[in-house]
Design a protein around this ligand. Structure first.
Ligand SMILES: [Zn+2]
Length: 77
């Protein structure tokens, strides 16, 4: 999981993110032609640009790699 932080104003929660996503999903049509998208899986997520929603800065964004403790349980040292 990736989080962002604006070093200009300290914002941690509001960002405009421009990204290209490649997804695979189960498109489930009803007989009436209505589409329900199920089991969407993100195959690739390419983030092009992140800007701060509060102050508009795009160059002050820090990327924080949030570590999930459970997925790092493989090596206990
Ligand atoms: Zn900001």
């Amino acid at each position: 999981m990736t989080r962002y932080r604006c070093s200009a104003c300290g914002n941690l929660t509001r960002f405009d993110v421009t990204a290209t996503k490649t997804t695979k999903a189960f498109h489930h049509f009803t007989v009436g032609g209505e589409l329900v998208i199920e089991d969407e899986e993100v195959l690739e997520n390419q983030v092009h640009d992140v800007s701060c929603r509060w102050c508009g800065h795009g160059r002050s964004i820090e990327v924080i790699e949030a570590s999930e403790p459970e997925s790092f349980a493989r090596s206990s040292g």
